[in-house]
Design a protein around this ligand. Sequence first.
Ligand code: DX5
Ligand code: ZN
Length: 220
Amino acid sequence: MAQKLIAPSMLAADFGNLQRDVEMVNNSEADWFHIDVMDGHFVPNISYGFPVIAAMKKYATKPFDVHLMIEKPERYIEEFAKVGANIITVHYESTVHLHRTLRQIKDAGCKAGIVLNLTTPLCVLEDILPECYMVLLMSINPGFGGQKFEDITYKRVKKLRAMINAQGLDTKIEIDGGVTDKNIKQLVEAGADVFVAGSHVFKNDNQTETIKRLKALANS
Ligand code: DX5
Ligand code: ZN
């Protein structure tokens, strides 16, 4: 089975010590950096944008998984690619021409994925799945770190894995929100591949150890 991946969310990092926290991730068993971009419209919060991502990229040695929580993301794809995005995921709920937006991400040289909010029906993915490197299922309402994982996610992961298998694809399933050492194993069993973890990693005294533990649990 392919390795299960851990993507620490830099939203929970200490912004006053961003270089230090980027280097912590570099030197850990994490696989990707998860970069949350919020515009204050699509979600009721504003995070960071191009200059901060470019600054992190200067020190980072692992891929950038950029999660766009912004209205009409098609306006900014090329710019996110330019500042270092490797994977770009856009919300189904944020763009009218989803197919065109995914093509735009690939044309910019990135891997493309779709994000679904907590209860957006999975059937909307049916025809677009072959275009997706990854599908991100939100396991909280997007906008803030530190929220409680919603149990509805388990059955959604199982259902999505069955949809992916039925089409003979190997699309990755990423889970974002409230991931901890308490639920990661059950999410793997349901069929998930990539795990975003923000507060569980950064609000912990030993961050490197926490990442190591998540990685071991996911791959055990
Ligand atoms: C929330 C973001 C998440 C967030 C996860 O909208 O998409 O990536 O940082 O944070 P935790 O792991 O604390 O739930
Ligand atoms: Zn995210």
